[in-house]
Design a binder for this molecule. Structure first.
Ligand SMILES: C[S@@+](CC[C@H](N)C(=O)[O-])C[C@H]1O[C@@H](n2cnc3c(N)ncnc32)[C@H](O)[C@@H]1O
Length: 348
């Protein structure tokens, strides 16, 4: 055990010599590149010309309240432009961590200051101490070759934070990213914010960008989301999935009478694929909805307190069958862009 600990400590101190898979030598060995990626960021204010952030587009997606006065970790910070941006937005403390020693040196030269700290470390190292932060940036790192165990790193970083900004890579399917964020991040909310510009590739539509948090929301978010998206040209398909007794039919009736849903088709428990596919603006309430709709934009999971649920069933024998049907339903599939876990009303 002490040899293992000593090995991990050595790795933490000298990541540039790291050859991965320290835990089991039976696994194949992946060599990590070091000192190869030192010109990633542009910073016109310092006459630095790099590959990205020529237009600062992705920086505009950060919410000030996620950063001002907060402790921020930029995991895979490269030469520190995002760290610097967080300082400008008023972060209390920003830590930039990267495996690439040359990039970290450059970050220190460019952006050292009273509220910044830079660390050369390997996110794969299980003994690398990572303190809790309010906000974690995990931008264009998830798919890089230097990550040996990307999902466990995502899970670990998510566990440290209340808010995470996540950016995928050129060619990444945003629906796949959203699914991975739900599966390994355990967030209450995963919002797809669109594609950010990718100056590295002319042929790219950009990189999928997300904001995730742990704020518990309630059903009032559904009409708000509908209002936000209804004016956009593109189709809008939302699935509100919840167990029997969560109050879906009650909500469907309420929303049908709500002017904010004008122009939106509300389907309650309608298992008709053709109708679902051919309806452009749709809010679908169903315990199966996550499994049979092909392209949901927004997936809302309606959580219900078990005692409330059972109280609603009281004296209704049909409900038991409904519950058994739910148990036979295959698990919800990851086919959405944004996800919201919300609390059902206790009185509804
Ligand atoms: C494509 S760059 C993105 C830089 C920055 N996050 C941004 O979006 O502007 C990926 C960075 O992740 C770092 N990285 C990759 N694997 C890492 C690991 N295992 N531990 C720490 N940093 C890592 C790389 O060294 C590189 O600087």
């Amino acid at each position: 055990m002490s040899r293992f600990t000593a090995t991990c400590r050595r790795i933490s101190r000298a990541p540039r010599t790291l050859v991965s898979r320290v835990i089991s030598r039976r696994h194949s060995v992946a060599t990590k590149r070091d000192q190869w990626f030192v010109d990633y960021h542009s910073d016109p204010s310092r006459q630095v010309v790099g590959l990205r952030d020529k237009t600062d587009q992705r920086l505009k997606l950060f919410r000030t309240e996620d950063i001002a006065g907060k402790r921020v970790l930029d995991a895979g910070c490269n030469m520190g432009a995002i760290v610097n941006h967080c300082v400008k937005l008023g972060a209390r403390r920003v830590t930039g961590l990267d495996f690439d020693s040359a990039a970290v040196d450059r970050a220190r030269t460019l952006y050292s200051g009273p509220t910044t700290a830079f660390r050369c470390d390997d996110l794969d190292n299980p003994l690398a101490a990572l303190e809790p932060h309010d906000t974690v940036m995990f931008l264009s790192v998830y798919g890089t070759k230097e990550l040996e165990d990307r999902n466990s790193i995502l899970s670990r970083l998510a566990g440290l934070s209340q808010v995470m900004y996540f950016e995928g890579h050129h060619g990444d399917d945003p629906r796949q990213c959203a699914w991975v964020l739900l599966k390994y991040g355990g967030f209450q909310t995963i919002e797809f914010l669109g594609h950010t510009n990718d100056e590295l590739r002319q042929d790219s539509i950009g990189r999928p960008f997300f904001r995730c948090d742990r704020v518990a929301r309630d059903v009032t978010i559904v009409p708000e989301l509908v209002e936000k998206h209804i004016h956009k040209d593109s189709a809008f398909k939302m699935a509100v999935v919840g167990r029997s007794g969560a109050g879906k039919s009650y909500l469907a009736k309420q929303w049908a009478a709500d002017r904010r849903f004008d122009g939106v088709t509300i389907l309650d428990d309608v298992n008709d694929r053709d109708q679902i596919r051919s309806t452009g603006r749709l809010v679908l309430l169903d315990y199966r909805a996550g499994t049979y709709i092909d392209e949901i934009d927004t997936f809302v999971f309606l959580d219900v307190d078990e005692n409330t649920r059972l109280k609603r069933f009281d004296g209704d024998p049909l409900r038991q069958d409904d519950y058994n049907a739910l148990l036979r339903t295959p698990p919800v599939q990851g086919n959405f862009l944004s996800f919201y876990r919300i609390e059902a009303r206790r009185d509804g």
